[in-house]
Each structure stands twice: as structure tokens, then as C-alpha cells.
Ligand binder design. Structure first.
Ligand code: DGT
Ligand code: CA
Ligand code: CA
Ligand code: ZN
Length: 585
């Protein structure tokens, strides 16, 4: 973490304290520390092991030292986390708007219950803000303009959309003779749920310095370019019509590995890696790993050579977030990460009986074509009326149909794929399940999910889900936090308590692989493993082609350091899978 980031987090903490009406003296100490850190010419990360040097900085006392050390090692600090529990993290977005200081944010929260940008915009347009002190028409006009600008600048793209754009551009660029390799680096290669911009790196004979200008011209004249931002010696930057920015770099083969390593990031991983290089008398850049004393190249052509020259095992991109991967690579203890090929079944999908598009048979055939050995059909229950959810009678008729088709498949296809009868049953507002126990008892797979009353306070929501886990019929907890990527925030819930209870009861927690959900997220998945939870990965497909979204979920599992042994639906057969799930009552 660089000084600017540390300063920003300290300053944000000061703002959260201010929203919290904390002691002004305390707030000031965080602001002062932020200023002091920002003005340092030495990167604090490089002197993290030396408290004396840190304490020598005016404005940094013992307490602040602990905060900075926490930031440097964990990327956050306890007080910040504590405040983010109390206030919505979205309030920090409000602070970035013109005229919105901490006092104003506190005021709109207490008077209009507004905590995010959408809410603020709605309140402004409804004329609610002009009734508050110090907020005239002029203020509101400026605010609405600020919101519009903020939306433009802060726009990130979901990984699946970014991947589709990357694929299209890569195919166009690869058509140029002499480009043999082009791949996305940056956050897309690391598999983050959202991507800020695309960083594409190409190499091949056409990318060598003496001839690269022709390839640059080819890239700069791609038909899908909306605005050309920059055209350099070996780099082209442009935006697409949806405002997604793309940086394409054309690199000589000899330094392709170093460039790939550098532009894959993350920044924090790279900082840590460079520190490791320096300790060994080496220096790492986007061009090469060099010996400091005589500038002799130690490694540059491949990433593996660079990591190995630093006495590290090769680190998969998904782990490059400075979350302990360097230590693991140094001690040969990196996990054997799960791959798409390890997945043998999919236990959550919908059909035309509720809000899916395709039939039971079509879903099963599509799953078979993707090499799966078993699936569960889990349509919605009646509480989700807008999906035509199943009541007890329809649910029982539906699983009868599923069993018939399964039997036909066993005959026609000699058991190549099993279709398990299941249901995605709603967890009602009070934690009761939406269908009778006697109905659920007929199902092999009961996924229980929250689809309503998202605004309950954390205690109520937590108690609600814990109650659902008490039902002996529940075998999987579906999309456990309810968030939508770039859409809806997770509902307030004590996920730690939920995971502990699920582990204790043997209920599997789901990673919902739909890129719109990615729920549980990577951090929660790591926590789930720590708590010894059973974990399943499901697509929640509503049409046959959505079965392909499994790949995005696998990326998130890899970011969570998970191996095939951590995931139940790597079991080879339906029987083996069912044995791993919570036993039926
Ligand atoms: P994004 O685009 O916001 O989703 O995230 P990234 O990780 O793709 O970030 P981006 O596009 O700004 O830069 C791509 C990679 O290049 C980044 O992960 C690490 C490297 N990089 C870029 N700028 C810097 C820098 O100023 N310092 C260091 N150490 N690395 C950088
Ligand atoms: Ca990027
Ligand atoms: Ca970039
Ligand atoms: Zn659902």
C-alpha cells in the first residue's frame, strides 16, 4: 500500500468518525496523520518494520502507528471496519460529491434516511433537500451535476461484460500477421468481479521495436474504437462506445513476461514483489528483473522465470492481491487451485415451470453436453409470485416429472447424467420456509434463499437465516448475502454467525456463480473455509447457456484459494455428492 492510499484511508476514517459525531480531537488526529503521511517522501511500506522511523514522523503517535501497521499488513484497520459496520460504506461515496461534507452526510442520514447516491438523487429531485438548512436551489443543482459526473467516472464493468469485450478485441488484433499472443492483464486476469479498464498485452514478431509501428496503426484503426485517447510508440489507448477504456501494449518477446507480471498487478502484490527483489540485490520493472550492481538481466521473458528467480513458486494471477501469496509461494505451500474441469455437477437451476426459459429435459441435455454427471432442478417456491413460484401441490407434481425424466435418461443414456429433484425454497420474513416439511422431505436438494424483506436490520436478518438453517430439510443456503454486483448491496447480516452455524449443522453454503451475483464473494469464501463450511458452486441458470457461467464462479473460488477438496460438487457421482450433504431427517 502506497502513502497516498494510506493517507486516503486515514482521512476516510476521520470522515466516518465525523459522521459518528466523535470527539473532535480524535477526528483531528486522523486528519493530521493523513496529511503527514501524504507529505512523506519515503514510502512507509519500505520502513514498516522500523517503528522508530514511523514514530519520528510528526503526527504519528503509538496509536496511529498501530493503525498504519494494520493498514500495511491487512489493507484495513479495526476502527475503520468497526465504523463501516455502523454506517453504510456507501456514505463514503456521498463524501466524494461536491458540497457533501461529513456534517451534511450526517444530516441527510438523520433527516431523510439517505445513505447512498441513488437515495440522495431521489431526495434532491423530490425537493426534500431544499427544506434542510444551508441547502438552496443552487446547492441542489450543483449536487445533481456532481452525481452525474461521479457516475461517469466511477463506472466499473462486470467481469463477464469485460471478458466479452476483451474476447472481441483480442480476435480483431490477433488477425494482424505477426501477433502470436495477446491476453488481458490487469484486474480481468486476476478475476476481480468488476473491471475498471482493460489492459491487453500482445507479443510476436510484429511487436519488436523496429517494426512495431505497423501493428500500432492496425490497433489504432480498429472499427470498434469510439474515442482514440493516445497512440504511442508501442501503446494504444481508446474507449468503446460504452465508455470502457482499453489499453493495448505491443511488447517485444524478450520482455513479455516482465510486462505481463507488471501489468497484471495487483499494485500491492507488485510492491511486495519489488521489495523482495531489492532484498536480493535485484530490481524489478515492467521490462525485466535486473541485478542492481551491474544491470545484468536475470529474467524477463516469462513470468515463471521471474518468480523462480525470486525464490518463489509461480503464483496464479487470481492470488496476486498481497493476501499471503508471497509467503506461501516462498514455502511451497500455494494451494492447488480448483479448475472448471473439477466440477461434476450443478445443484441450482430453474426451468419454465417458474422463471426459467427451458424445460427439464433441455437443461439436462445442456448439462450433459458440458460434461456434468448430475444436476438438480430447483425451481422457485410460491412466495416469489412474480416467478410463478410453486406451491406444495405444484412442487410435488414437478418433482414427479423430474423423476420420470431422470428415469428416461437412465435408460436412454445408461446413467451418464442424473437429474435430482429439488427446490429453491424461500426463507420467509420470519425465517420460516415457504413450503411444508412433508413436501421438502420429498426433495433431494433443498436450496433455501432470501428473496424478500431485504431491509431488515442485521439482527433480524441474521436470526431469520439462522432459523431457516434449523430446518432439517435445508441442505444448501443459496446466495447467502443477496448482493448484486454493481447493483444491490448485500443485506445487513452477520455472515460470520451464519457460516459458523452452517458449518455446525452441515448445511452447505453456495457460491452462486452468476457474475451478477458472485455470492458468497471471495473474502466470505475464504472465511467459509476457515470455519470448515461445506461449500457448493452453482450457476442458478435460468436458461441452458447460463450453465456456462460456472467459469466465472470458478475464478472467484480460485481467488478464495479453494481447492477441489473444498467443494462438494467435485464429487464424481450424484450418490457421492448426496452423501456429503447434510443427512436427510
Ligand atoms: P482496474 O483496471 O481498476 O480494474 O484494476 P487494474 O488492477 O487492472 O489496474 P490498472 O488498469 O490501473 O493497472 C493495471 C496493472 O498495472 C495494475 O494491476 C498494476 C500495474 N500498475 C499500473 N499502475 C501502476 C503503478 O502506478 N504502480 C504499480 N506498482 N503498478 C502499477
Ligand atoms: Ca485495468
Ligand atoms: Ca489500465
Ligand atoms: Zn435465488
Amino acid at each position: 500500500m502506497d502513502n497516498i492510499s494510506i493517507a486516503r484511508l486515514l482521512d476516510e476514517t476521520a470522515s466516518l468518525l465525523e459522521i459518528d459525531s466523535a470527539d473532535p480531537f480524535r477526528i483531528r488526529s486522523y486528519r493530521r496523520a493523513a496529511e503527514a503521511v501524504e507529505q512523506q517522501t519515503t514510502q512507509l511500506a519500505t520502513i514498516a518494520d522500523d517503528p522508530k522511523q514511523l514514530l519520528a514522523i510528526a503526527g504519528i503517535g503509538k496509536g496511529m502507528l498501530a493503525n498504519i501497521q494494520a493498514l500495511l499488513t491487512t489493507g484495513t484497520m479495526p476502527l475503520r471496519e468497526e465504523l463501516l459496520q455502523k454506517y453504510k460504506p456507501t456514505m463514503l461515496d456521498l463524501l466524494r460529491l461536491p458540497g457533501m461534507g461529513p456534517k451534511t452526510v450526517a444530516l441527510v442520514w438523520s433527516s431523510c434516511q439517505v445513505c447512498d447516491i441513488d437515495g440522495l438523487e431521489a431526495a434532491a429531485k423530490a425537493g426534500q433537500l431544499t427544506k434542510l438548512p444551508r441547502m438552496g436551489e443552487k446547492f441542489v443543482t450543483k449536487l445533481l451535476k456532481g452525481i452525474e459526473d461521479h457516475r461517469k467516472n466511477s463506472s466499473r464493468f462486470r467481469i463477464d461484460k469485460a471478458q466479452q469485450h476483451a474476447d472481441t478485441i483480442i480476435n480483431l488484433i490477433r488477425a494482424f500477421p505477426g501477433i502470436d499472443e495477446i491476453i488481458p492483464a490487469g484486474s480481468l486476469r486476476r478475476g476481480r468481479e468488476t473491471v475498471g479498464d482493460l489492459d491487453l498485452l500482445a507479443t510476436g514478431p510484429a511487436c519488436e521495436p523496429d517494426v512495431v509501428s505497423a501493428a500500432v496503426e492496425h490497433v489504432a484503426s480498429l472499427p470498434l474504437i469510439d474515442k482514440l485517447i493516445a497512440k504511442g510508440q508501442n501503446k494504444v489507448s481508446f474507449t468503446l462506445r460504452n465508455n470502457l477504456q482499453v489499453d493495448v501494449r505491443l511488447l517485444p518477446r524478450a520482455s513479455y513476461g516482465a510486462a505481463l507480471q507488471y501489468f497484471t498487478g495487483s499494485k500491492m502484490h507488485n510492491v511486495a514483489l519489488r521489495q523482495r527483489a531489492i532484498k536480493r540485490g535485484l530490481t524489478l520493472s515492467e521490462y525485466a528483473l535486473l541485478r542492481l550492481e551491474d544491470n545484468v538481466i536475470v529474467a524477463a521473458a516469462s513470468e515463471a522465470e521471474i518468480y523462480n528467480a525470486l525464490d518463489l513458486d509461480y503464483i496464479p494471477p487470481e492470488l496476486r492481491e498481497n493476501g499471503g501469496e508471497l509467503e506461501a509461494a516462498a514455502t511451497h505451500t500455494l494451494p492447488q487451485l480448483i479448475t472448471l474441469a473439477d466440477i461434476r455437477g450443478d445443484l441450482h437451476m430453474h426451468t419454465e415451470a417458474t422463471d426459467g426459459r427451458d424445460t427439464i429435459r433441455q437443461m439436462a441435455e445442456a448439462a450433459l453436453a458440458r460434461g456434468l454427471a448430475y444436476i438438480a432442478i430447483t425451481d422457485h417456491s410460491k412466495n416469489l409470485a412474480m416467478t410463478n413460484g410453486l406451491d406444495d401441490t405444484r412442487a410435488l407434481a414437478h418433482i414427479k416429472r423430474i423423476r420420470e425424466i431422470d428415469a428416461q435418461f437412465q435408460q436412454e443414456l445408461e446413467g451418464k447424467i442424473r437429474i435430482l429433484p429439488g427446490i429453491e425454497v424461500d426463507i420467509l420474513g420470519d425465517g420460516a420456509l415457504d413450503l411444508d416439511g412433508s413436501t421438502l422431505a420429498q426433495m433431494d436438494i433443498v436450496v433455501a434463499s432470501v428473496h424478500s424483506h431485504f431491509n431488515q436490520p442485521a439482527e433480524e436478518m441474521t436470526a431469520r437465516v439462522l432459523r431457516a438453517l434449523e430446518s432439517p430439510h435445508v441442505r444448501i443456503l443459496g446466495h447467502p448475502t443477496g448482493r448484486k454486483v454493481l447493483g444491490r448491496e448485500a443485506y445487513a447480516i452477520n455472515i460470520d454467525a451464519i457460516l459458523k452455524s452452517a458449518a455446525q449443522k452441515g448445511v452447505a453454503v453456495e457460491h452462486n456463480a452468476s457474475p451478477a451475483r458472485a455470492d458468497l464473494n471471495d473474502l466470505h469464501l475464504r472465511l467459509a473455509k476457515k470455519h470448515n463450511c461445506k461449500i457448493v458452486i452453482n450457476t442458478d441458470a435460468h436458461a441452458t447457456e447460463e450453465l456456462d457461467q460456472m467459469r466465472y464462479g470458478i475464478t472467484q473460488l480460485r481467488r478464495a484459494w479453494l481447492t477441489p477438496a473444498d467443494i462438494l460438487n467435485t464429487q464424481p457421482t450424484a450418490e457421492a455428492l448426496l452423501q456429503q450433504l447434510r443427512p436427510k431427517p
